[in-house]
Design a protein around this ligand. Structure first.
Ligand code: NAD
Length: 437
């Protein structure tokens, strides 16, 4: 078996930091690079720049074992590593195309600093063909005596369970043009028990977009079913359960609610739609998936308005800001649009989140943010649930009943059994289920 590899991970964000720490835990020597100097300074002092369960312990133990280090100097990291993993952001441009500027800047640094052969691993989610273009570019610009091969290794971790996902992946996808490079990247993961799928680079790049587009489709589909359920008096939770028992469908990603958010599904669905447009293909399903997801947020604000009556001047307590539980990530979180919609209607919004309040303070300067949920709920005219945090489920709802001005809950995540909340004295409105009052 090959010895531990010397790896540079470029981009110490949600993916890069977690992957870097996990590869170190697997015995490799990893240097994580980020251009954000304050992020690196915090990491060097043992402080985590993001909230992710178990990350701090994993980072600390691997730093102490001398397998993990941090730098803002990309040149030094490129020169000292054989494998370079790119994990920088690939956001969406205004015209819907993928913004490749972070990736391109990393490629330029690799070309300028590589003095020995390298395998460059593309972990960032990038449009099909990017790996091939990157390899052509690096071969053109890097010193002629060195060999640079680009391997696609898309990332499937989920924020909130990122470390667990990295050690227990459903599959590892490696797209390589050169079998040796592919085999070497496969060997990096040798200690993991997971299905290994070796493909060409283009297929690997598309697997990532196809997976996210399909998951987003499941979510928009069940949300449309929820909207139908509301009109015919059916219960979407039972409909989803009945569907999910069919093994061809499966139970996952069938939770009706206010739709998907986060840094991946919204941008990757838009990117896939634009990629299709660029090759003259109208991806009709995906267009609808995106539209339904957007409308679901608007429908929810309308639902709140219908229940509250005149929203202007009313105090609305919004529970949950992050796009999903166990993360502080606010990128494209449904709660942000919903809060903006309520504020436009004149509501006084009090928002609580167990982890994302610090990030939210810079995004919403006018928003009243609370780290104590009960303070946020005091004298509220309505309680709105936007993220299904366990910390929200476990609140003392009997106490909350006595704190609020009006006992109205509008739950965008179907967190509770309607009858349980009715027994506590609330009017409980959820998605695709009958109101309990
Ligand atoms: P992120 O924004 O959290 O992290 C990116 C990091 O890269 C930032 O810290 C930024 O400062 C750094 N960076 C940017 N340009 C740099 C440069 N030239 N040199 C050094 N550092 C640089 O992003 P993320 O959420 O970790 O996502 C990274 C990639 O992984 C994206 O393509 C994303 O689509 C993909 N992905 C993300 C997830 C997820 O759950 N977040 C899951 C799977 C795949």
């Amino acid at each position: 078996m090959r010895e531990a590899e010397q790896i540079a991970v470029i981009g110490a964000g949600y993916v890069g930091l977690v992957s870097g720490a996990c590869f170190a835990e697997m015995g490799h020597r990893v240097i994580c690079v980020d251009q954000a100097e304050e992020k690196i300074a915090r990491l060097q002092q043992g402080e985590m720049p993001i909230y992710e369960p178990d990350l701090e312990e994993l980072v600390t133990s691997n730093v102490l074992a001398n397998r993990l280090s941090f730098t803002s100097q990309i040149g030094e990291a490129v020169r000292s590593s054989d494998i370079i993993i790119i994990a920088v952001g690939t956001p969406t441009l205004d015209n819907g195309d993928v913004d490749m500027s972070q990736v391109n800047s990393v490629l330029a640094s690799i070309a300028a600093n590589a003095i020995t052969s390298k395998i460059v691993v593309m972990k960032s989610t990038v449009p099909v063909g990017s790996g091939s273009l990157a390899e052509q570019y690096l071969r053109l610009l890097a010193a002629s005596h060195i060999e640079i091969q680009v391997v696609s290794n898309p990332e499937f971790l989920r924020e909130g369970s990122a470390i667990w996902d990295t050690f227990h992946p459903d599959r590892i996808v490696i797209g390589a043009k050169h079998p040796d490079a592919g085999a070497r990247i496969a060997a990096l993961h040798a200690s993991l028990r997971a299905e290994l799928l070796m493909t060409d680079r283009e297929s690997a790049e598309l697997i990532k977009y196809a997976s996210n587009a399909f998951l987003a489709t499941k979510i928009s589909f069940i949300n449309e079913m929820a909207n139908v359920c509301e009109k015919v008096g059916a219960n979407v939770s039972l409909v989803a359960k009945g569907m999910g028992l069919d093994r061809r469908i499966g139970p996952h990603f069938l939770n009706a609610g206010i739709g998907y958010g986060g840094s991946c599904f919204p941008k990757d669905t838009k990117a896939q739609l634009k990629l299709a447009q660029n090759i003259d293909y109208d991806f009709k399903i995906l267009r609808s998936v995106i539209e339904v997801n957007h409308l679901q947020r608007e429908r929810f604000v309308t639902k709140i308005e219908q229940e509250v009556g005149r929203v202007s001047g009313k105090k609305i307590a919004v529970l949950g800001l992050a796009f999903k539980p166990n993360t502080d990530d606010l990128r494209d979180a449904p709660a942000l649009d919903i809060i903006a919609g309520l504020q436009q209607l004149g509501a006084v919004v009090h928002a609580y989140d167990p982890a994302a309040v610090e990030h939210a303070s810079s995004l919403f300067p006018g928003l009243q943010l609370f780290t104590d949920p009960y303070a946020a709920l005091d004298e509220a005219d309505a309680v709105v649930i936007t993220t299904e945090w366990e910390a929200i489920r476990c609140l003392n709802w009997r106490l909350i009943r006595s704190l609020v001005k009006e006992p109205l809950i509008v739950d965008g995540r179907n967190m509770f059994e309607p009858n349980d909340m009715r027994e506590l004295g609330f009017t409980y409105v959820s998605i695709g289920r009958k109101t309990a009052a």
